[in-house]
Design a protein. Sequence first.
Length: 161
Amino acid sequence: MSEKKSFDFLVAGGAATAGPPIGSALGPLGVNVPAIVESINKATKDYAGMRVPVRVVLDTSTKVFEVHVGTPTTSALIVRELGVQKGSGKPGVENVGNLSLEQVLKIARLKKGKSLAYSIKGIVKEALGSCASMGVTVEGKAPREVALEIDAGKHDSLFED
């Protein structure tokens, strides 16, 4: 009788190792930890430099495993898109960068299916909220101002699929 167990890890994209926490969680189960780590790194290589949630589902009797990769946080995607180390320590006072609305839409599309918002507009507005809390302007404006423009229908052409 097979029993499946799942293990959740937060790993550096493309740079997971067989050490803790992966090795210490999976090693005692007698599985090929280096093969699992290689699979995780292959699946997360596009998120290099970012922390990525990963779930490993393991059949403990057959030692067959599956790797499921989650989506990095919205703030991590914003940091990557800007090419900065982190958000502002004083949002509203100091800005760390500026994104185009197209870049915010790209981030929203990556978060689609992982967000509680019903529409892509809603996901964009969630991302704008993250921009505001990180000290990131959008189109040279405060993110809240851009959210009001979206509510007013000013950018509707961007949301047509």
